[in-house]
Ligand binder design. Structure first.
Ligand code: DAH
Length: 346
């Protein structure tokens, strides 16, 4: 019996394929469907009736063969339906309102935007204002007023994008020119952060990108000293990375601050206790930002008397903060727009 049925089913399959290949119109397709699959008189239904003649041992095998045939026919019908642009009739287009809704993907901020917003919120809570600046900047503000003279290597063509046909204009190489813009426009006391894009002629690799993001900070008032800078950065780093984080100030050099310091935080992952820590590579410290007391010449360049006012400034890379905080191993991942990255780290 099974052998006979197998042959018959193969025959049905072939004749179905022969017919469906000729079909061009939705009406003919509907008729074919009716002939093979209709409940009462459909050809597949007829095969099912033959189960009655099978032995108990044969029944499951025969049932499976017929089901496979049915599935095959359904799949072919759906494929052709799509190919010839046939739509199911309105009668067939019903929906079951009691089914749970399918998941809609929920949007979220990109990691860089997310970190920027968190930093903004933190400093807003400390009474800072947010000042966004232009990405196309005057050489004067990007370099000269920040005490970076014409022969300084930071201006080198290898670092800076100059703009054809616009003298004295560059894509800003850092967010620090906003210090100059703000000090020229406002009188102390000043308290701002300035987040945004910066550009350098770097080849992309795991830690470099020709376009990246920074946040600049500036505070100018009477009697501001290094301990104010230290306290502010401690509050920021502990709120951002965790209350147990320690800070290390290393002497550094920036032309626009004196003294200058590079700031490391203790590794929030292992606190320096694990030599094989993936985050700090066993050193126990993570370099996080540059900072210092605003150079008196920079204050003077902006019309502020350094005998009366003093200030501190700091600057950090948002990508660097994102990579440290979320353990993103390669900077380029942040620009590839792969939604899985957001799902994993966001
Ligand atoms: N502009 C510096 C850079 O791009 C970062 C920086 C360092 C900003 C020290 C500051 C600062 O305001 O005080 O590397």
């Amino acid at each position: 019996m099974i052998d006979e049925l197998t042959k018959e089913i193969e025959g049905v399959r072939r004749s179905f394929l022969n017919e469906i290949e000729q079909i061009q119109s939705p009406e003919k397709l509907a008729a074919l469907k009716e002939r093979f699959l209709s409940r009462k008189k459909g050809i597949v239904g007829q095969q099912l009736l033959k189960l009655r003649d099978c032995t108990t041992a044969e029944k499951p095998v025969a049932g499976q063969l017929i089901n496979q045939l049915k599935l095959f026919i359904e799949t072919e019908l759906a494929g052709t339906e799509e190919k010839i642009g046939a739509r199911p009739s309105t009668q067939e287009q019903w929906s079951d309102c009691s089914l749970p809704a399918s998941d809609l993907p929920i949007g979220r901020f990109h990691l860089i935007a997310e970190i920027q917003r968190q930093i903004e919120e933190l400093f807003l809570n400390l009474g800072y204002e947010i000042a966004y600046g232009p990405e196309v900047e005057l050489e004067e503000y990007n370099f000269t007023a920040l005490n970076i003279p014409e022969f300084h290597p930071a201006r080198d063509e290898q670092d800076t994008f100059f703009l054809d046909g616009f003298d004295n204009t560059v894509l800003r190489t850092h967010t620090s020119p906003m210090q100059v813009r703000y000090m020229l426009a406002q009188r102390p006391p000043l308290k701002i952060i300035s987040p945004g894009k910066a550009f350098r002629k770097d080849d992309p690799d795991a830690t470099h990108s020709p376009c990246f993001h920074q946040v600049e900070g500036l505070l100018v008032d009477r009697g501001v000293n290094f301990s104010h800078l230290k306290g502010t950065l401690e509050v920021f780093c502990r709120s951002f990375f965790g209350p147990d984080v320690n800070l290390r100030f290393r002497p550094g050099y920036f032309p626009f601050t004196e003294p200058s310091a590079e700031v490391d935080i203790s590794c929030f992952m292992c606190s320096g206790r694990q030599p094989d820590c993936k985050v700090c590579k066993g050193s126990g410290w993570l370099e996080i930002l540059g900072s210092g007391m605003v150079h008196p010449q920079v204050l003077r360049n902006c019309g502020i008397d350094p005998e009366i006012h003093s200030g501190f400034a700091f600057g950090m890379g948002i990508e660097r903060v994102a990579m440290i905080k979320f353990g993103v191993p390669d900077l380029r991942l942040l620009y590839e727009n792969d939604l899985r990255l957001l799902g994993q780290f966001g």
